[in-house]
Design a protein around this ligand. Structure first.
Ligand SMILES: [Zn+2]
Length: 423
């Protein structure tokens, strides 16, 4: 073996190349404070995809897109008929997002595949890097549309009528996107269209939580993802003059909202502090200081790793609200429902073994945030690896992982992908 050839895929990972690509990507949609605002299916999204495609083609990967805009970059193995190993994440960001959430999983996939190629590591299965459409749900809600459609969790036309804040439908935005990428080869919608399933799915992501940093760990071996249920509660009362209407005659939507949230807090009490319950958005109408509110709409984001708790408490939300309010009409709508998933032991072990072999410290932990990987679990053995991020901050310009932390993650990803591609 010549000295210029790196002996392992991990050793062929380039910290500088990966960091440089991330910083180039961060310029597309840059916002003040080192943040990024790059919504899905926008010209900025397409610019980022073209940059990625250029890097992939320069090293000989083949490019294709599916009907919902998921983008695939393929490295051939020795057996082109073998089911591929799939890796990747998403390229869209939250409106006030950072430089690493999602995009690192895609760039790390490219870095890992490039390292496998440059090290001359023989692999049997093809490896495909995927960038899923609309993971964040920032422009079109909910998120994970690309992975949900691809896996067959929901039909691809489910969200056609969903609009962005400007009133553009998802269907229109997707059509425009497809026209702008008409030169790219098309592929079918994967397993959802009866296509072949991948052999494995492994997604790399920043932790988005504080544990790896606090416990001075290098790599998170993700054991699963907790379940999420999102609701919108609408309370309809009656508006009145704040100075004249007697309290006893009012149908005050804000007062009923307080009763409802107080009752929900009691429902969601968890001495172990495992349960996550958030009311993060409240709309009040008419929203003036001297009028009684006739309408309140508030969101509930409820998460738990235990399916039974998720179902029991989630199913109790509507009756809890109804039992608490005094005067208002109540409507409760469920907007998102994802059961908890557990990741595959083979994929977890591939990550752990790759990290340990490189002298890195690992921690097994569940994911509090949801990810595209959630929807791969019914399709094939699935797993994720995390790298630490500063103070656990994400969805914010302050989001940060160091070049060294991200390079360690890419080295583990490269070794684990090579291992899985020979299984
Ligand atoms: Zn993400």
């Amino acid at each position: 073996m010549s000295n210029s050839v790196a002996p392992t895929p991990g050793a062929a990972v380039s910290q500088d190349r990966q960091w440089d690509r991330l910083m180039q990507m961060a310029e597309i949609g840059a916002i003040p404070g080192e943040g990024v605002n790059r919504a899905c299916l926008t010209p900025l999204d397409r610019e980022a995809r073209r940059l990625l495609i250029g890097w992939a083609q320069a090293i000989g990967l083949s490019v294709s897109v599916d009907p919902i805009g998921n983008l695939f970059l393929r490295h051939e193995g020795s057996d082109p008929e073998a089911a591929p190993v799939l890796t990747g994440s998403h390229m869209d960001t939250q409106p006030n997002g950072g430089r690493f959430d999602g995009i690192w999983g895609v760039i790390a996939g490219l870095e890992a595949v490039q390292a496998i190629r440059e090290s001359g590591t023989p692999i049997q299965r093809p490896i495909e890097i995927v960038a899923w459409t609309n993971e964040e749900g920032g422009r079109f809600a909910p998120g994970c549309m690309g992975s949900m459609a691809w896996s067959g969790d929901k039909p691809a036309n489910t969200w056609d009528a969903v609009t962005d804040p400007q009133g553009v439908t998802f269907k229109q935005a997707l059509l425009e996107h497809q026209q702008a990428e008409a030169d790219l080869p098309r592929r079918t919608l994967g397993p959802a269209a009866g296509g072949p399933k991948p052999a494995f799915y492994l997604e790399a992501h920043i932790e988005q939580g504080p544990r790896l940093e606090a416990e001075e760990m290098d790599i998170g071996v993700v054991t699963g993802i907790q379940g999420s249920r999102w609701f919108v509660v609408e309370l309809r009362g009656e508006t009145a003059h704040a100075g004249t209407a007697p309290l006893g005659l009012r149908k005050d939507a804000v007062q009923d909202m307080i009763r409802a949230i107080t009752a929900l807090n009691a429902l969601m009490t968890d001495p172990q502090d495992v349960l996550r319950f958030t009311v993060g958005r409240i709309e009040v109408s008419p929203n003036t200081s001297n009028s009684v509110a006739d309408l309140v709409r508030f969101t509930i984001d409820f998460r738990h790793p235990d399916k039974d708790v998720l179902l029991m408490n989630g199913d109790a939300v509507e009756n809890t609200v109804r039992g608490a309010v005094k005067h208002c009409e109540v409507t409760v709508t469920e907007r998102f429902h994802a059961l908890p998933v557990e990741f595959d032991a083979v994929v977890q072990n591939a990550v752990e073994d790759a990290a340990t072999a490189q002298g890195l410290k690992t921690l097994r932990l569940p994911s509090g945030a949801f990810h595209d990987a959630q929807f791969m679990v019914p399709i094939c053995p699935t797993g994720m690896l995390f790298v630490p991020c500063r103070k656990g901050i994400s969805h914010n310009p302050a989001e940060y992982s160091s070049p060294e932390q991200l390079a360690a993650g890419a080295r583990v990803l490269a070794a684990a992908l090579a291992e899985l591609a020979n299984r």
